[in-house]
Design a protein. Structure first.
Length: 460
């Protein structure tokens, strides 16, 4: 029971003794509330991880695995996180790993995410640790390579987990590490990726109030680029199926020329994107990337299939464009006397990717932390929208989140010569890896120190 100060004074407690009492209490209070972790300490600890992070990245790069098949990678990640003494859940969403670091001080919960899967690409980097792996894709044996940089993502978050574990006693809150499979999309007929991670509890027990993630991207090494609001596009796969009447190429009038029909459909898709959308307000891209039909140069086939991708940044516009594409297919087929239909996201139980939407309040609040990690003048918060897609959007549909790009092109290489993600010669500048570790650590620590969960902007 506390005794009123006046009573203590009345019992001959001198001013000197009162001052000593307050000094002792302040020392106890200071001991319970250590000073914030400095940027210098975070950056030094992250830089010290460089050798390990590079080694992990090279090992993962040399042994890539396709979506939902990341068995070796998941085991490597889990073993490292267990060695740090973290609470580890394995086999989440098939091969994913979730780990929990509970700080020594009370506070919010924040999540950090990395993706682990590779692509069916024949690597052409010439690196001494280049992939020679082979996997199965759509029933075929294919080469496999980390042509999108997920090897670097995994290695950087492994490094961040180690740095943060060493600071555990001073961390004001809890950090959840999410190592996700199948960001590139699960095989047809399978669930996978961020949506399945969420279904299987990646954002529960404990439940983060915010999430952060990064992606390596062509750009000046060590620079960071993102934007509040819609950052990366919603994506939808489409397939068009056309049936006509086979005929000799020398007598197209004797049949139904579906080769001309598919050309007309492609042209009208291009018109929809360029002439029916306010391109100053929001980008829209319709790309037909696949046409399968015909077996001989002088035979117009009976049937063919087309496929491609739709990219949008607004949900209402996304549905409107889909409706217009269907109308184009049906009406042009009727004009040619053919039959045709369009299907969106066939085989995808989640219906494509949503817009990667950076919570505006959280995005602006995070800029200072990113600048602490990357350096003054290295962070661009006004990056134009990117028409690539990311299933990180699924986490952002549940809790506020910020996703940013980390420039990993070679120093001194002009922009015209930067290699792009998914290209066979895509590579990550390993000098940048410690900066990625820093950004993970810094965004988590500074978010927890603020102690106020992000609140979505009304109307977003």
């Amino acid at each position: 029971m506390l005794v009123p100060l006046n009573d203590l004074v009345m019992k001959n407690l001198t001013p000197t003794r009162i001052a000593s009492l307050f000094l002792a209490l302040s020392m106890v209070s200071a001991a319970k509330a250590p000073a914030p972790i400095s940027a210098a300490e975070i950056n030094a600890a992250s830089d010290a991880m460089a050798t390990k992070v590079v080694a992990w990245r090279r090992d993962i790069h040399e042994h890539p695995e396709l979506s939902n098949r990341e068995f070796r990678t998941g085991a490597l990640v889990a073993a490292h996180l267990k060695s740090l003494g973290l609470e580890v859940r394995e086999n989440v969403a098939k091969t994913g790993v979730v780990a929990v670091l509970r700080g020594g001080r009370p506070g919010p919960v924040v999540a950090l995410r990395a993706d682990m899967d590779a692509l069916p690409v024949l690597e052409a980097t010439g690196l001494p640790f280049a992939s020679k792996a082979v996997g199965e894709y759509l029933g075929n044996k294919v080469p496999v390579a980390h042509a999108c940089g997920h090897d670097a993502h995994t290695a950087m978050l492994m490094g961040a987990a180690e740095v943060l574990t060493k600071m555990k006693a001073r961390i004001p809150g809890t950090i959840v590490f999410i190592f996700q499979p199948a960001e590139e999309g699960a095989p047809p007929g399978e669930k996978g990726g961020a949506s399945l991670m969420i279904e299987e509890g990646a954002l529960q027990n404990p439940a983060p109030s915010a999430i952060f993630g990064l992606h390596v991207f062509p750009g000046p090494p060590g620079t960071i680029h993102y934007r509040p609001g819609g950052f990366m596009a919603a994506s939808d796969k489409f397939q068009v199926f056309i049936k006509g009447k086979q005929t000799h190429g020398a007598a197209p009038w004797a049949g139904i020329d579906i080769m001309s029909l598919q050309a007309a459909i492609i042209q009208d898709f291009n018109r929809l994107a360029a002439r029916t959308v306010d391109v100053t307000a929001t980008p829209t891209v319709i790309t037909t990337a696949m046409v399968h039909g015909g077996v001989r140069y002088n035979i117009i086939p009976e049937a063919l299939e087309m496929g491609g991708t739709l990219r949008t940044f607004d949900n209402a516009q996304r549905q409107d464009i889909k409706n217009k594409m269907e109308k184009t297919v049906v009406s042009l087929a009727a004009a040619y006397g053919a039959e045709a239909k369009i299907a969106f996201n066939s085989g995808d139980p989640y219906g494509g990717n949503n817009v990667t939407f950076n919570d505006p309040n959280l995005a602006r609040a995070t800029q200072a932390a990113l600048e602490e990690a990357a350096g003054a003048g290295k962070v661009n918060i006004n990056r134009p929208p990117i028409t690539g897609a990311e299933d990180f959007a699924d986490y952002q549909a549940v809790i506020p989140g910020v996703f940013y790009h980390l420039g990993v092109s070679k120093a001194g290489v002009p922009a015209s010569e930067w290699t792009v993600n998914h290209a066979p010669n895509f590579d990550t500048n390993e000098d940048v890896l410690p900066i990625g570790v820093r950004t993970h650590v810094m965004t988590a620590i500074r978010y927890l120190e603020r102690g106020v969960p992000a609140v979505r902007t009304p109307g977003d």
